[in-house]
Design a protein around this ligand. Structure first.
Ligand code: ACO
Length: 309
């Protein structure tokens, strides 16, 4: 039995903040942001709460799958900006959706949260601890960004992406996955005592490229798949230069990497499910494709998942 993605959904906040808007807020330029990161604009959740964004993305994924919320028995939310300190956003979402059995919880793995959620969901399905799992990446990073710090405020955005998974015997599957962390490197990316994101950008850049390359190679090797066989790579959208370096080091043509960072910036745990949804809607991913996901984030955490879509 394999694990199959049967529905995806997104929610993107209405408010758009462009690089030109940022020029009026901090000492920066559209040119600096574009050339260093690839970002042109990002969404800011002014009116929407974390739970509302998660709910909207989930509702779309459930609708697309054509199932009832009552048929879902696990809800996993990856976020570093939960709705409340507790209970988990997963439990709040479970209630809002009308999921009335099973269990729900949150994952705190920063930008790698969706990769962790996907690996855990696959394990739950394969061990028959759950029959249908909803995983959501949702972030309201605008609340933890210091809007006076130009080195970080230009990078991040808000949004949500959801994916519904179930067991299937039609060939779709999670072929291999791996998650890692190294707590010794926590101070490369963290929230300070005021709750604001602090980051050692240059060091993080190097570690991100190296770790994502290694874990992608490991996952491909485990699955017995060569880099040239991968149809689409959906990486965490942190910086287009990180993505370009990764493509070069893995020897996978850059055209096979799905990138939408120019419109949303780095949405942490939400970036991969948002990108997957857009790749599907744009016809960039089709049934039977080999799709590789990879991410790296605060913790430090990183990982990769290879699926047969
Ligand atoms: N506008 C204009 N100038 C700026 C800005 C800005 N927004 N921010 C920083 N600068 C200046 C700096 O002050 C510095 O000036 P100086 O040389 O006079 O001191 C100069 O630009 C270069 O700064 P660096 O930080 O060295 O620039 P770098 O080329 O490393 O780019 C960046 C910074 C984009 C953050 C890059 O290091 C990066 O992307 N790192 C990866 C980190 C990341 O993506 N983190 C997100 C979460 S982790 C993850 O998901 C992987």
């Amino acid at each position: 039995m394999g694990t199959k993605i049967v529905g995806t959904g997104v929610y993107l906040p209405r408010t758009v903040l462009t690089n030109l808007d940022l020029e009026n807020m901090v000492d920066t330029t559209d040119e600096w942001i574009t050339t260093r990161t690839g970002i042109k604009e990002r969404r800011i959740a002014k009116e929407e709460s974390v739970l509302e964004m998660a709910l909207n993305a989930s509702a779309e994924a459930i609708r697309e799958a054509g199932v009832s919320p009552r048929e879902i028995d696990a809800v996993i939310v990856a976020t570093l900006t939960p709705e409340k300190r507790f209970p988990s956003t997963g439990c709040l979402l479970q209630a809002e959706l009308g999921v009335d059995k099973g269990f729900a919880f949150d994952i705190s793995a920063a930008c790698s949260g969706f990769i962790y959620a996907l690996e855990i969901a696959d394990s739950l399905l394969k061990t028959e601890k759950a029959d249908r799992v909803l995983i959501v990446g949702v972030e309201k990073l605008s609340e933890i960004v210091d809007w006076e710090d130009r080195s970080t405020c230009v990078l991040f955005g808000d949004g949500a992406g959801a994916v519904l998974l179930e067991r299937s015997s039609d060939g779709s599957d999670v072929l291999a996955s791996r998650m890692y962390s190294d707590g010794n490197l926590w101070d490369l990316l963290y929230a300070d005592n005021c709750g604001y994101i602090k980051m050692k950008g240059r060091e993080l850049f190097k570690v991100a490229v190296r770790n994502m390359e290694e874990v992608c190679r490991e996952v491909l090797e485990t699955a017995g798949v060569g880099p040239e066989e991968v149809d689409v790579v959906i990486p965490h959208q942190a910086n287009v230069r990180i993505i370009n370096s990764l493509a070069e080091r893995l020897g996978i043509p850059r055209e096979r990497f799905f990138v939408n960072i120019e419109r949303y910036g780095n949405t942490s745990a939400a970036s991969i499910p948002i990108a997957l949804h857009e790749a599907l809607k744009g016809g960039k991913v089709e049934r039977g494709d080999l799709v590789l996901f990879t991410a790296m984030g605060g913790g430090l955490t990183w990982g990769a998942v290879l699926i047969r879509f």
